[in-house]
Design a protein around this ligand. Sequence first.
Ligand code: SF4
Ligand code: SF4
Length: 220
Amino acid sequence: MSKGFFIDTTRCIACKACQVACKNWNRLPAEQTKNQGDLQNPPDFTFTTYKLVRMNEEIVDDKVNWLFFPDQCRHCLIPPCLLWAQNTEAIYQDENTGAVVYTAKTQGLKAEDIIGVCPYDVPRRGKDGFLAKCTMCNDRVKNGMEPACVKTCPTGTLNFGDLEEMRQMADERLKKVKLTYPDARLLDSDDVRVIFLTAFAPEKYHTHAAAFDAQHWKAR
Ligand code: SF4
Ligand code: SF4
């Protein structure tokens, strides 16, 4: 059954439990980082960081807002990275779950092209030439478990299930959130399996939070 996420950023408290759970399940090492004078750590996705809570301080309506965005691959319905690679041994879409999966064969791909074609700036290249990103925890999901990040989220920000159920959950929650935040919206919900709800315009959270030229990349 086709799977999806609903990520309600209005519930996120930036505890980073999802970031840690992702590292733990995927056996990814911690990053050596430097103090940059803010709370963003690590500063961006890397070859060994598939889940990243982006933290942005924004003044909206004369008030300081902490905007948290637990970023990850959107597992696009028509994935530009997969279309561009044209190599299903390197990048394939699981026919049951819909997860977009990268394999060891990504070492043969031109990394800059794959990274450049992703509308959400997600994949990252390791020193050995492999590309990596969120796997949807496809190994867990195929064994009836939730993704590790969803399992550990204590606030209900991260939700996972059948894609249609996630779409309904997102629509219902949006109606409620709009009563408090009239600018609230779902990001690219017709194009992705990872549906984000934001209280404000997506660019206030992150440059690549939404794909503004979705029609362009869909047509490629
Ligand atoms: Fe590929 Fe980027 Fe879409 Fe993920 S978000 S499936 S990496 S194009
Ligand atoms: Fe990491 Fe799995 Fe969550 Fe993807 S689904 S961000 S691989 S824990």
